[in-house]
Design a protein around this ligand. Structure first.
Ligand code: NAG
Ligand code: NAG
Ligand code: NAG
Ligand code: NAG
Ligand code: NAG
Ligand code: NAG
Ligand code: NAG
Ligand code: NAG
Ligand code: NAG
Ligand code: NAG
Ligand code: NAG
Ligand code: NAG
Length: 649
């Protein structure tokens, strides 16, 4: 009885196995060749008649597999050559897995293959020349592998290839001219390969269907061929980060469909191409970091550009007025050129300007009042120019701003009060101008402000109490102004502050005492003011302090022995009214200049009054006892901790 039942079960299971069709059996075998840590192939099982409902498998109307898509399944193992036993297979995508072999010559057996996507795997070795035996191949994406060697000449014989991407591999031959034979190509992406330095093959100009030509970081040398101007369907031309030299060819202005041109970071010279006005579709034009000279032509600015990057060149002349007509311009980066004249008055009126950087030029005149008319301006950099006049009041209402650089101009007048309190600004750099007036109490609204750089102006008045509300302040440079009054006690609330430089002002009064709260302070420079009173002993608790300059003030009393607790790379207390003994650690020749000009200071060094050695010793003893006490407390606390909470396990 049991024997019969067993036999029956055996027959049933045998029958189930046998029911899976031939293509299913092929796929089962392929499954065995993969490591499948996420069990992506768990529903590939024998009980089905066909594999058509298996994960990643699609069949045609005759239940024959035409597509295998196992992208992003984390499968690992060699390229499954057995796939080519599926005679009608036209689509393979194994992208973003761990396929780790080479691509075998046997790939040529996949005769119906149209689409092969092996992007983002660990494939290595040269490409098989047999790829050319795939007459229907339209899409070949091998992005992000470690293929190396030459691009095989056989690829030039693929009659239907439309997309070829070899981006981010280790191809190290030259860029071959036969690519110009693949007349069906629409996308040619070869970026990020260590090619042997080569020229752009002029033959690529024959690829009249080309829409994308992407050759970033390909070790390109020589000039940009005129023939590229024949690419009437080109949308995206990217030759950035190479060593291309010579002029931008005139023919570029024939690329009537082009939307995006990236030539940045090359050695291109000469002027910007004329007749750019033909490029009606151009949205993004980036020729930054080259050696371009000449002027920015009016017609370039007349385009519907969204983004114009001309920075780090040698362009001269003015920024044409017509730039103000660009309804979509959000990014205008012109820094580090030789541009002159005034910025167009209406700049920003019609454009959603977001990033404007014209730093390091010789622009003059006023800051245009409408830069933030669309309420989108985030970065405004005007650093190192010859701008004059005041900051337009309108910018005080530009709440989108997050970084402002105006350092190194001839700007003057009072800074609009609201400008100090913009809620998203983390960098406010107004240094080296002729600004006057006070820091507005509205600064308390500057909740994102991290870097406040306003040195070398003519600011006056007190540092307002409200500065204590700027909780994210990390650097405050206010040196070389005419600030008066005491440092506000609220400064001690700035627990993130690591740089405070207010030297060369007329600050007076005593230092706030609770220095301990500035636990991140690295550098404190209050030199050349009229500060008086004692140096607070709490300075000794600023464990991150490595530069302290209080020289040229009216400080009196003893130097706190606690300074010995700090590891200072720079210490200057010279020219004060300090008295008493030098802390022994600092009573050394290398620190001599740190204490000069304090006639009441005593020590063993020349230029100082003779030390009353018993007093000095007792001071050291006090310091020693204190240190021992602190240490004992620490040991005690740790002991208690261990007793109660164990050893941390
Ligand atoms: C391939 O497809 C054709 C028609 O679409 C069909 O007749 C043939 O059986 C399929 N091949 C296999 C191995 O299933
Ligand atoms: C292939 O599979 C991935 C992941 O499931 C999916 O995102 C992608 O759209 C599929 N591709 C095609 C052409 O079906
Ligand atoms: C490829 O991956 C499989 C599965 O993880 C592994 O067993 C094999 O050693 C790998 N082969 C190479 C050459 O790394
Ligand atoms: C693969 O995809 C994952 C997300 O699914 C991504 O984090 C990873 O960067 C991708 N790997 C590669 C090599 O692109
Ligand atoms: C691919 O090449 C990179 C860079 O040369 C190397 O670090 C990496 O180990 C290689 N990976 C494989 C799977 O060969
Ligand atoms: C290209 O890379 C392969 C494999 O790493 C190497 O054997 C060959 O010498 C390289 N060729 C050139 C021209 O650098
Ligand atoms: C490319 O085309 C040219 C001209 O038709 C021909 O001479 C050359 O052999 C072709 N190259 C390849 C690799 O097919
Ligand atoms: C080729 O590059 C373009 C432009 O970056 C990109 O849009 C496209 O997806 C890329 N094609 C492939 C197959 O990677
Ligand atoms: C391809 O372009 C090159 C140079 O631009 C030219 O000499 C050649 O005749 C063109 N070949 C074909 C087949 O059009
Ligand atoms: C631009 O530079 C080229 C050399 O690269 C030089 O011949 C030409 O005179 C320069 N033009 C201007 C306007 O400075
Ligand atoms: C303050 O800085 C921290 C990081 O340092 C950041 O996460 C936070 O968003 C900042 N606050 C504001 C209001 O910007
Ligand atoms: C400002 O400080 C520097 C040292 O940092 C000093 O050389 C200079 O003379 C000072 N200027 C004024 C006006 O006090």
């Amino acid at each position: 009885m049991t024997m019969l039942l067993l036999l029956f079960l055996l027959l049933i299971s045998l029958n189930l196995v046998l029911s899976l069709n031939q293509e299913g059996l092929v796929l089962k075998k392929i499954k065995q060749s993969f490591d499948d840590p996420h069990e992506a192939l768990s529903n590939w099982n024998n009980r089905d008649d066909t594999p058509c409902n298996w994960h990643g498998i699609t069949c045609d109307s005759t239940a024959s597999v035409y597509s295998v898509n196992l992208s992003y399944t984390k499968i690992a193992g060699p390229f499954p050559t057995l796939l080519c036993n599926l005679q009608n297979l036209s689509f393979i995508s194994l992208s973003n897995n761990s396929i780790n072999s080479s691509l075998p010559e046997e790939i040529s057996a996949c005769v119906n293959l149209q689409h092969l996507n092996l992007a983002q795997n660990f494939l290595v070795g040269p490409l098989p020349s047999s790829l050319s035996d795939l007459p229907d191949l339209r899409h070949l994406d091998l992005t992000g592998n470690n293929f190396s060697g030459d691009i095989p000449a056989s690829l030039g014989r693929l009659p239907k290839l439309e997309v070829l991407s070899l981006v981010k591999n280790l191809f190290n031959g030259t860029i071959p001219s036969f690519l110009g034979n693949i007349s069906t190509l629409k996308q040619l992406n070869l970026s990020d390969n260590p090619f042997t330095p080569s020229q752009i093959p002029p033959e690529l100009g024959n690829l009249t269907h080309l829409e994308v030509l992407w050759l970033t970081r390909c070790n390109l040398v020589g000039q940009i061929p005129e023939s590229l101007g024949m690419l009437q369907n080109l949308l995206d031309l990217d030759l950035a980060i190479n060593s291309l030299h010579g002029p931008i060819p005139k023919s570029i202005s024939n690329l009537s469909s082009v939307v995006q041109i990236e030539f940045y970071d090359n050695l291109l010279s000469g002027g910007l191409p004329a007749a750019m006005s033909n490029l009606k579709a151009l949205r993004k034009w980036d020729v930054s970091k080259n050696h371009l000279n000449g002027t920015i032509q009016d017609e370039l600015c007349g385009l519907s550009l969204e983004s114009l990057d001309l920075f780090e060149n040698q362009l001269e002349g003015t920024l044409p007025e017509s730039i103000t007509n660009s309804p979509n311009l959000y990014r205008l980066l012109l820094y580090d050129n030789r541009l002159t004249g005034e910025l167009p008055k209406e700049l920003g009126t019609n454009s959603p300007l977001t990033w404007l950087d014209v730093s390091k030029n010789q622009f003059s005149g006023n800051i245009p009042a409408n830069l933030c008319a669309k309420g989108s301006l985030q970065r405004l950099y005007l650093i190192s120019n010859l701008f004059t006049g005041q900051i337009p009041k309108s910018l005080g209402h530009c709440s989108s701003l997050n970084s402002i650089g105006m350092t190194g101009n001839r700007l003057s007048g009072e800074v609009p009060p609201a400008f100090w309190g913009l809620p998203h600004v983390y960098l406010l750099a107004l240094a080296q101008n002729l600004f006057y007036g006070e820091i507005s109490t509205m600064i308390q609204g500057a909740s994102s402000l991290s870097l406040l750089l306003i040195s070398e102006n003519r600011f006056t008045g007190n540092i307002p109490d409200e500065i204590g509300s700027v909780e994210n302040l990390t650097e405050f440079f206010g040196n070389d102004n005419q600030f008066t009054g005491p440092l506000p006690a609220s400064l001690m609330k700035l627990s993130q502050l690591n740089m405070l430089d207010l030297h060369n002002n007329t600050l007076s009064g005593e230092l706030p005492s609770r220095f301990r709260l500035l636990k991140d302070l690295n550098e404190l420079n209050l030199a050349n003011n009229e500060l008086s009173g004692k140096i607070p002993t709490e300075i000794g608790s600023l464990t991150k302090l490595n530069a302290l300059d209080l020289s040229g003030n009216l400080f009196s009393g003893n130097i706190p022995i606690e300074l010995q607790d700090l590891e200072l790379l720079k210490l200057n207390l010279s020219n004060n009214h300090l008295t008493g003994d030098l802390p022994p650690l600092y009573d050394k020749e290398i620190y001599r200049d740190s204490f000069l000009g304090n006639p009441g200071l005593c020590g063993d060094l020349p230029d100082f009054c003779h030390r009353d050695s018993s007093a000095a010793k007792s001071q050291v003893v006090v310091w020693l006892i204190r240190s021992i006490f602190v240490l004992t407390c620490l040991v005690f606390v740790v002991g208690v901790w261990k007793t109660f909470f164990g050893n941390g396990r």
